[in-house]
Design a binder for this molecule. Structure first.
Ligand code: HGY
Ligand code: MN
Ligand code: MN
Length: 363
């Protein structure tokens, strides 16, 4: 960012910004960005691509001697993935005023560390209050992370909405007992009860053609020994749906299933909500601008829903926001096999440039 001539700033939650003070000094900036944190064993494009492309837009404009009518702000939001410290999109959520910064800094990670201490230890805690620069509009370029664009052979996704997200941690307490001597009818098996939840969620999400998805991504048994009936199972549930009412119905049906399960299996079950975000609709004018700019560049574009959560859904609380997707080969993401071809990356970045120029009257 410094090499690109940007003023580098960090806020208290670790969000990183590069400001190009150009155009009308008092005008609110056009923000371009994404995130640079990843999941475990991640791919190399999720997040980083959008931040680097935003930087490239600034460098291309400056190299061409072009001057936007308003400042440009490159953003790299912290903890978008939420894997170590829930919820996901935490940095942009705090920036948008959806989570108190002190509460966020006090978050305990899956490794027992405290977020604020880790940000200080790694030199990522900055002085600025989150939200210190209110953007005029926000654009995020990102890989699709799903199969649609690649399957249809369409190079650009004009993302018009983003599905709702519900994250929970479920703890099932049973009774440890001997794997060999305990008759099946006498078991209070937390492991089996957990497995029934996984099957319930899978069958419910697959039940109808609706776009609902459900994932149990983490699970741990105690004492986790081959010949001991698990006394405890702790696992996570990730539910998503573009429709707010259907997402609520999924949460309610899971709660009812857990009650029935506890009685049937002789276990006790508790849940902890880790994240809950309503579906978001992006700004129609920005989405149309993305489509127009794609057409002007001879790029086919299709409107689509984002299955993944993104910082754009949080910044949409502050200003008009929209996203541009480029294809993910075989729809693979959150996996080292994540891949997008260089020509596709370039098309996305050029479109980000074109839309940025349209929005800031940069000739
Ligand atoms: O969970 C998500 O959808 C995002 O990758 N944080
Ligand atoms: Mn991402
Ligand atoms: Mn991700």
């Amino acid at each position: 960012m410094r090499e690109a001539g940007l003023e580098v700033m960090r806020d208290r939650i670790g969000n990183l910004f590069g400001l190009w003070r150009v155009g009308a000094a008092q005008a609110a900036p056009l923000m371009l960005g994404s995130h640079i944190d990843t999941v475990i064993n991640a791919g190399i494009y999720d997040g980083c691509y959008g931040v680097l492309a935003a930087l490239e837009v600034v460098e291309a404009l400056r190299a061409a001697g072009l001057a936007p009518e308003r400042p440009l702000l490159v953003a790299a939001f912290t903890n978008e993935e939420g894997v170590r410290y829930a919820p996901d999109m935490m940095g942009s959520l705090v920036y948008a005023g959806g989570l108190d910064v002190a509460a966020a800094l006090a978050t305990i990670g899956t490794d027992g560390t405290v977020l604020g201490e880790e940000l200080a230890r790694t030199g990522q805690a900055g002085p600025h209050e989150p939200g210190f620069l209110r953007p005029w509009a926000y654009l995020e370029l990102h890989i699709e992370q799903g199969p649609i664009l690649a399957h249809e052979g369409v190079p650009i996704g004009a993302v018009e909405n983003l599905q709702g997200i519900s994250w929970q941690r479920v703890t099932i307490e049973g009774v440890a007992n001997h794997a060999g001597t305990t008759p099946m009818a006498l078991r209070q098996d937390a492991g089996h009860a957990a497995a029934r939840v996984v099957t319930f969620l899978r069958e419910r999400a697959a039940r109808d053609a609706a776009p609902a998805v459900a994932t149990v991504g983490c699970m741990a048994f105690t004492p986790n020994a081959i010949n001991v009936i698990p006394s405890r199972a702790v696992f996570t549930v990730d539910l998503r749906d573009p429709d707010a009412a259907r997402l609520r119905a999924a949460e309610e049906e899971l709660a009812r299933f857990l009650e029935t399960l506890a009685a049937e299996e002789g276990v006790s079950i508790s849940t902890e909500h880790l994240a809950r975000f309503e579906p978001v609709v992006f700004d129609p004018v920005l989405v149309a601008t993305i489509e127009d700019a794609a057409a002007a560049r001879g790029l086919r574009a299709r409107r689509m829903t984002s299955g993944a959560g993104h910082d754009a859904q949080m910044i949409a609380r502050l200003c008009p926001a929209a996203m541009i997707f480029v294809p993910s080969r075989d729809g693979i993401s959150h996996n080292p096999r994540e891949y997008t071809a260089p020509a596709a990356l370039e098309a996305g970045a050029n479109l980000l440039l074109d839309v940025s120029r349209r929005l800031t009257a940069t000739g």
